[in-house]
Design a protein around this ligand. Structure first.
Ligand SMILES: Nc1ncnc2c1ncn2[C@@H]1O[C@H](COP(=O)(O)OP(=O)(O)OP(=O)(O)O)[C@@H](O)[C@H]1O
Ligand SMILES: [Mg+2]
Length: 252
């Protein structure tokens, strides 16, 4: 067999999505995007420019009217609903702006939820949830309900949940949108670690300084890619926010 170039984790071509609620809204009007393995991409753009719509399509939460999404070479449209749900549950970690935690479950139970896909018998689920929560600095908040946690802590539970199945792809829609600057920087440290460990990350943000943690910024305007900005190492933040040491304070 001949060597082919490495397959991107996600390849989206010419995505179009129109919402029909009264006047048709062309939320996405022909967007193409490839996410190479291990890449870190930010998406910026005005409110309503189609950022969340794009995330939902790439995350298999919605399907495009036109265009294709391939996840690791698999065209998503050719999959059954069940197969799509499995990809969503095992290959993709989704972090929503509003956290979407289950209010009646504890932090540990929330994190353990996605493990039903990979570990239906439930062996070690609790242990694994504990390990994930410790990794985001919440080892002492395992049995707190979301309402008993701060916003930043909830976001960290959502991140731990997104990582439960060690997904190849992490999709984050404004992961720091509701957080103060310091907590936002902590979340970016976690993302930098994930990316260093080989995870592919796509992150929507309104904040330039948050986007600068990525390797490139895709700028969306009116459902189209206005431009793709490559950040060289000079323009890129390294996750340690002003500190000179590499890999500061990373717990394992
Ligand atoms: N379910 C829906 N039904 C109808 N219109 C929708 C729906 N979801 C989004 N839209 C419209 O599609 C456009 C793109 O929405 P989208 O949520 O992708 O924007 P966004 O870039 O994420 O904005 P924001 O920065 O405010 O989150 C908007 O004009 C929005 O009103
Ligand atoms: Mg949005």
């Amino acid at each position: 067999m001949s060597q082919s170039p490495p397959q991107p984790v996600v390849a989206a071509r010419d995505l179009r999505r129109t919402y029909h609620l009264g006047e048709p809204v062309h939320a996405l009007d022909g967007v193409s995007l490839e996410l190479p393995k291990g890449s870190f991409t930010a998406v910026m753009g005005p409110s309503g420019s189609g950022k969340s719509t794009l995330m939902n399509l790439l995350g298999c939460l919605d399907t495009a009217d036109e265009g294709t999404v391939e996840i690791r070479g698999q065209p998503v449209a050719s999959l059954s609903d069940g197969e799509r749900a499995r990809i969503r549950g095992t290959e993709i970690g989704f972090i929503f702006q509003t956290f979407n935690l289950m209010p009646r479950l504890t932090a540990a139970e929330n994190v353990a939820l996605p493990l039903v896909f990979t570990n239906p018998e439930g062996v070690d689920r609790r242990e694994r949830a504990e390990r994930l929560l410790s990794r985001v600095g919440l080892g002492d908040r395992l049995d707190h309900a979301p309402s008993e946690l701060s916003g930043g802590q909830r976001q960290r539970v959502a991140i731990a949940r997104a990582l439960a199945n060690e997904p190849a792809l992490v999709l984050a829609d404004e992961p720091t949108g509701n957080l103060d600057t310091e907590t936002g920087a902590e979340i970016m440290d976690i993302f930098a670690e994930l990316n260093a460990a080989g995870r592919t990350i796509l992150m929507v943000t309104h904040e330039r300084h948050i986007a600068e943690h990525a390797e490139r910024i895709v700028h969306l305007v009116d459902g189209e890619t206005e431009r793709v900005e490559q950040l060289d190492s000079a323009g890129r933040k390294d996750g340690s926010e002003g500190s000179t040491a590499a890999g500061t304070g990373a717990e394992s």
